[in-house]
Ligand binder design. Structure first.
Ligand code: CTP
Length: 211
């Protein structure tokens, strides 16, 4: 099996020294990559900027922006059996990147933002036969409904719903609370545990070891 996993946040540049980003630490994506290596899979880990050690046995592709992540995913898709988008990809980026460092002036500043490409939706719409697509839904409200809506809208095989309103399940935590929904209507409640344990359970579901 060849698997591609994305992890971490993206950074969307405002100027030469500033960016917009989010609180993702990459821990869940890296745990999924480590669990995949243990299973003997060929692993490509497309990673946004994180402070984690590399996953031994995985090929890492470092990216910064959502556009770079989209390009890295496209460039590494050949012969892939599974793509897991665990990255917290920015949904918006500044429309203009200022050259050099933006100097302050009196008064406020308005930044115009534009949408980034939805990588997962692009993969879902491309309908590549045999490619299993797995997304994450980090939600604070209506977790199940929002997750299922993303599963359908993005044409995914599985979605891992993550209630990030709970501190022990949030971006920076070492533990996670995940329920996986399958396109076939399956619902798999993964017991609360470390991100490594949750990653291992997720692989059982994705590979069909758990029905
Ligand atoms: N995703 C992506 N490309 C983006 C944004 C998100 O591939 N530009 C992926 C994420 O990696 C994740 C899933 O889509 O697997 C999250 O779905 P999304 O609808 O974007 O959720 P949120 O970013 O939480 O946005 P919102 O709830 O505002 O719709």
């Amino acid at each position: 099996m060849k698997v591609l996993i994305t992890a971490g946040p993206t950074r969307e540049a405002i100027d030469a020294v500033r960016f917009i980003s989010n609180r993702s630490t990459g821990k869940m994506g890296y745990a999924l990559a480590a669990a995949a290596v243990k299973r003997g899979f060929e692993v490509v880990l497309v990673s946004g900027p994180v402070s984690l050690s590399e996953v031994a046995g995985a090929r890492i592709v470092q990216v910064e922006s959502a556009a770079e992540m989209a390009a890295a995913v496209r460039n590494n898709l050949d012969n892939c059996d599974v793509v897991i988008m665990a990255a917290a990809v920015a949904d918006y980026r500044p429309k203009t990147r200022f050259a050099g460092k933006l100097k302050k002036k009196p008064g406020g500043l308005t930044l115009e933002l534009e949408r980034t490409e939805d990588i997962l939706a692009m993969l879902g719409a491309s309908g590549r036969p045999g490619l299993r697509l797995v997304g994450f839904a980090a939600e604070t409200d209506d977790v199940e409904r929002n997750a299922k809506e993303k599963l359908t809208r993005k044409h995914l095989d599985f979605i891992a719903a993550n209630d990030v309103s709970r501190p022990e399940c949030g971006f920076a935590a070492d533990t996670n609370c995940v329920t996986v929904y399958g396109a076939d209507g399956g619902k798999y409640e993964i017991p609360f545990g470390s991100k490594a344990e949750v990653a291992d359970e997720m692989w059982k579901i994705i590979t069909g070891d758990v029905k």
